[in-house]
Design a protein around this ligand. Sequence first.
Ligand SMILES: N[C@@H](CCC(=O)N[C@@H](CS)C(=O)NCC(=O)O)C(=O)O
Length: 206
Amino acid sequence: MLKIWGRATSSNVQKVLWCCAELDIPFERVDIGGPFGGNRDREYLAMNPNGLVPTVKDGDLIMWESNTICRYLATTRNGERLYPRDPAGRTHVERWMDWQLAVIGAPMGQLLFGLVRSTPETRDPAGIEAARRRALTAWTIVEDELKNQPYLAGAELSLAEIVLGTQIYRWFAFPIERPELPRLRAWYERLHARPGFKQHIETPIT
Ligand SMILES: N[C@@H](CCC(=O)N[C@@H](CS)C(=O)NCC(=O)O)C(=O)O
């Protein structure tokens, strides 16, 4: 049985949980990180020297980095529909996985810390506004990409959506100004209709 270490409120753990739901992969999960702690313990650091979640074990194999874990699960558990074998099709998925890490992750993280994990004393409205603008610029790229297709890599849901699910959920949940981006909204509604999204992504934001 696949074992997952990581609190279910972590965006990076949520990617793995949604991926497991899409592929019907049974798993056992252990709460680690955030209020649960444990991620700086010696035994945990021996598995994942970053001290971050998630960490996943499949047989003797220990993995960390959530996007890598999702690729592994799709490759080993009949997930070709989420992660095509064909190299050209694969680039359409992978570029968005890299984009999640390189482009949208930072401003969405700043919004999380600024809006949810701050106190009125520590809140930095200018920093929040700068992050909102950066995120909006990035989400507008997604809006344009969806002009001719329902999902980022084409006609079907893929790992591109799975790694972006928590970010788009938070974008629409945060109390911020959001100019109407109709294709982005329709894409979000499509993701929202998946049982795995409802179960693992739509959780209280902490
Ligand atoms: N690039 C890593 C990032 C992992 C990461 O930053 N995890 C955060 C939660 S989203 C974490 O472990 N924070 C410390 C904690 O939860 O205690 C991945 O994708 O797995």
